[in-house]
Write a protein that binds this ligand. Structure first.
Ligand SMILES: [Zn+2]
Length: 245
């Protein structure tokens, strides 16, 4: 696609200003950011766009859509800060959340377009993780690469091993989602994370109830709604996987 770097970056910043991102570092490094068409990527036809952290460069194939570039710009926003204190959480979480943000700010309805994404299961699982942590916090952590803060928040509910396993399982799903050999194992991991999410949701709202922040009725409704909507989303997943295999 013919594109104008300045136009796309301006549109990106304008849209995401409605979110809870810290754009200080991203804006400071904008001069170094480079988006270029790449013939090899067009030729390989596997991925439409890629972001390289070290050179702060996005390469796109001829077939890239604007949406693909926004996805990479979110990676650029997330990776502008290299930080020893904030460990990488891995492909599973990063791709899932990057897709959520891309759809949130550049498409109106997640469900309408989700089928186009190669990261469907991750999107669904990370979407519910965000419901536990909170949208504002998650967006801020992402834009500042504050993975240690996210881990700290998760410690309210999980121990170190469970947190480590959560991100490892998300990575496993990211790597093997299209691999028929691991189909069962991928499903086991998805169900394991679902149970973990439901456990965290119960803990979250139970605490709010015990503190008197919400009534018993609201507590029960919140849990019911969380489980119902998670189950519904994972049903979509069944359809998606059946279609693919
Ligand atoms: Zn990506």
């Amino acid at each position: 696609m013919p594109f104008n770097q300045e136009y796309i970056i301006n549109k990106f910043i304008t849209k995401i200003q409605h979110g809870n991102f810290d754009l200080t570092y991203f804006k400071r490094n904008l001069g170094k950011l480079n988006i270029k068409e790449n013939n090899l990527l067009t030729f390989l036809n596997q991925s439409t766009a890629l972001y390289f952290v070290n050179s702060h460069k996005i390469i796109i194939s001829q077939y890239a859509q604007e949406l693909d570039i926004y996805h990479e710009l979110f990676h650029a926003l997330n990776c502008t800060l290299s930080n020893k204190n904030n460990p990488k959480l891995g492909t599973g979480f990063e791709e899932g959340y990057t897709e959520i943000l891309t759809y949130r700010y550049f498409k109106s309805n997640l469900e309408d377009y989700i089928g186009d994404s190669p990261y469907v299961p991750l999107i669904y699982l990370v979407k519910y993780l965000e419901k536990i942590i909170g949208k504002n916090k998650m967006e801020l952590y992402y834009s500042k690469n504050y993975t240690s803060c996210l881990i700290e928040d998760l410690r309210t509910y999980l121990n170190s091993k469970e947190i480590k396993d959560l991100f490892k399982d998300l990575n496993f799903i990211a790597y093997f989602i299209d691999n028929i050999v691991f189909k069962n194992l991928v499903n086991i991991k998805i169900n394991k994370i679902r149970d973990l999410l439901i456990y965290m949701a119960r803990e979250k709202w139970l605490k709010a109830y015990q503190k008197g922040e919400i009534s018993e009725k609201v507590y029960l409704l919140k849990i019911k709604h969380f489980i119902k909507s998670l189950t519904k989303d994972l049903k979509h997943l069944d359809n998606y996987q059946l279609l693919k295999k």
